[in-house]
Design a protein around this ligand. Structure first.
Ligand SMILES: Cc1cc2nc3c(=O)[nH]c(=O)nc-3n(C[C@H](O)[C@H](O)[C@H](O)COP(=O)(O)OP(=O)(O)OC[C@H]3O[C@@H](n4cnc5c(N)ncnc54)[C@H](O)[C@@H]3O)c2cc1C
Ligand code: FES
Length: 249
């Protein structure tokens, strides 16, 4: 686990209200797809959880939407500035040996952890991506999204690509593609829609959950979610990736 200071290499807007931040750690950090980091910003007592998009040795890239004060302050960081970061955190996504065809379903900022899946598995798996955005101006990371066999960009308003949601786009293709596994990340209504859409189909589905977090390492219990068996799970430590039937969404 890396806990310490990092240096901002680049922090630039890539779409309306979305920034790509690359920072350098002191020494190489191994990160698997779907893991996240906690980014500390001076003046904010709690670090912010952000998925790792790319990890290349000492260079780590995350993409974030400016949402509240913390991410607004982060967007003002410039090359050479220091941040305190904790990573890699969480379990991440795993694709089993026998799972050859993988469908990715992402919505909004949920596309970012799925980019790390594309980077890890494109070439060894057949990947079919269904990525949903509000509108054309929000579409970003096109080059990264094109890794894999097939990409459908969907927009809610039809301003680019498929007119509808990523889940609707997946369901139009699902009988042709017949994925062995579905990996997803996005807003809760999208995960609900995915759960209902694939109910009754014998396809494993894994989702990455977003919860408010305090520590990011399993100690504070801020991020507790309910498992369907009545027990609880810490999203930061036991997740953020869970089987879709394993947790209450
Ligand atoms: C595992 C994980 C991965 C994430 N990956 C990304 C990503 O790749 N890109 C991205 O844009 N966003 C991501 N998020 C959401 C991101 O953490 C929040 O948007 C961010 O913390 C908001 O901080 P703020 O200070 O701007 O907002 P404020 O609303 O001012 O934050 C106040 C507090 O609430 C927390 N909070 C607010 N919204 C969320 C949220 N949706 N999820 C978790 N905590 C929240 C903040 O961390 C902070 O502690 C991820 C969240 C989790 C849990
Ligand atoms: S954020 Fe502290 S236990 Fe998960």
């Amino acid at each position: 686990m890396y806990e310490g200071s990092v240096t901002v290499l680049e922090n630039r807007p890539i779409a309306e209200g979305i920034f790509s931040l690359t920072f350098a750690t002191e020494g190489e950090v191994k990160v698997r797809c779907g893991q996240f980091c906690m980014v500390g910003i001076a003046g904010f007592p709690l670090r912010r959880p952000i998925a790792v998009c790319k990890a290349e040795g000492e260079r780590i890239t995350v993409c974030y939407q400016v949402k509240g004060e913390g991410t607004a302050a982060l967007s003002r960081k410039q090359q050479g500035d220091k941040l305190s970061v904790l990573l890699p955190l969480g379990n991440g996504f795993f694709v089993e040996e026998g799972e050859k065809k993988v469908a990715l379903v992402g919505g909004g900022v949920g596309i970012f952890p799925l980019i790390s899946v594309l980077r890890e598995y494109a070439g060894s798996k057949e990947i079919f991506s269904y990525m949903g955005f509000r509108t054309k101006a929000a579409v970003c990371m096109r080059y990264e999204l094109q890794r894999g066999e097939h990409l459908v960009l969907a927009t809610d308003d039809g301003s680019e690509g498929y007119h509808g949601t990523a889940v609707q786009a997946l369901m139009e293709d699902i009988d042709r593609v017949r994925p062995d596994v579905i990996l997803s990340c996005g807003p809760t209504p999208m995960l609900h829609a995915l759960k209902s859409a694939v109910a009754g189909r014998d396809i494993p589905v894994y989702v990455s959950l977003e919860e408010r977090m305090g520590c990011g390492i399993g100690a504070c219990l801020v991020c507790i979610c309910n498992r369907t068996d009545g027990s609880h799970a810490r999203v930061c430590k036991d997740g953020p990736v869970f089987g879709i039937g394993e947790v209450e969404i």
